[in-house]
Design a protein around this ligand. Sequence first.
Ligand code: ASP
Ligand code: MG
Length: 473
Amino acid sequence: MSLVVMKFGGTSVEDPAAICRTAAIVAGRVAAGKNPVVVVSAMAKVTDQLLRAAGAASLGDRTGALAISSRLRSRHRDTACDLIKDAKSSAALITWIDQKFDQLDEVLRGLAAILELTPRISDLIVSYGERISSRIIAAAFCERGIHAVHVDAREIVITDSQFQKAIPQDSIIEKLANEKLRPLMAEGKVPVLGGFIGSNEAGITTTLGRGGSDFTGALIGGALAADAIEIWTDVDGIMTSDPRVCPDALRVKVISFEEAAELAYFGAKVLHPATILPAVKKNIPVLVLNSRNPGNDGTRITSLAPHCSSPFKSIAVKKKLSIIDVVASRMLMTHGYLKAIFDIFDKHQCPVDMVSTSEVSVSLTVDSNDKLPAIAADLSKLADVKYEGKKALICMVGEDIRGQNGMAAQVFAAIRHINVRMISQGASEINMSFMIEEDDADEAVRSLHAAFFQNPDPTIFDVEARKAAAVRS
Ligand code: ASP
Ligand code: MG
């Protein structure tokens, strides 16, 4: 038997049509003799809206919070009605959905009275997104001939009590996943669980952090020693660059975990690789697939990628960045100076992306944000400070640049017409990144793509798609 964990993100379950596509994909796996375990996100945007409702209630806006909840109730009810035609199952499901929203409203009313939103209450409120979506999806699967059973993820994904970013307890999860899910699969059933949610050992609801459903997929896959984990989303996988900027971008067929991690850090939004670590550690391949284009092979993320004749796998861009220059002619080399600078960023809880130092200055890049004036004011107590927004970071990732001479020369030759502000080569040795003006970013990506993906390695990149497009045009 081939066990596959299939995780579907918010857009893959956003409405009845998407849930039908998802059901067809799962049914296809069952028909192919696989044993799927399905992990689903909340329907698209639901988590954001639940957080807005929580925010409103905590400011005393009871009416506003309940209005958001009421719209969510209608959306889930309508989805259930649309998907479940059997009158009895539909009525039972609608009653259940109403009960959940009644509970949620009770929590929101309470919050509007006490006006204090703790991480614990926030987790309770957002958990309704996955709790309800998973139940509706399991019922929709049953209607479509899949022997689905809904399983409350909170009974398996046991975490510590760090609400909003709870740490999963791997050995307990492994035990519970095997105890609870294996017998169901042995009976030919398909367990359906909500991602993102868990509970601490006292049974209080926790969450794994935003985007945490991938993490759930990897945890369950790791716990069950699955043969593969499939992350179903709405893009064809990891691309050589953003196809909206670079129409001849290619799908990357296979990429290493380390490369995918670098790309995600620098803005590629397909998935957050730290979350698939439990799978990578156990050598379980992770596939990123498109639920709108299920025939496509997607991107396979493995611990060891095959050798690639092209130096880079992909070019990522992170926009809306600022550069802060801290200039102090006397103090730079005095000890504790850098620490003093970083303490200020720490105090304002502002992560720093890239750092470069020279004789007299330290340049740092951060996401543009409204804390910058306050940070600059604090820094100006130490030195002269300038900051400038509208910058972009271009990050070129590929394991095969390791030990290759002259790579930087080739990169900068390809963009010799563009002004480069800051350069860094990551300690990982598999990325080259540099900072330019945001307005130059698209042009830089196109030039780099033209220079480095002229003759792409067909074992690594989907060159067939490019050929097919050339024939069509
Ligand atoms: N629904 C959660 C979120 O939006 C988890 C997820 O989608 O992965 O963050
Ligand atoms: Mg999501």
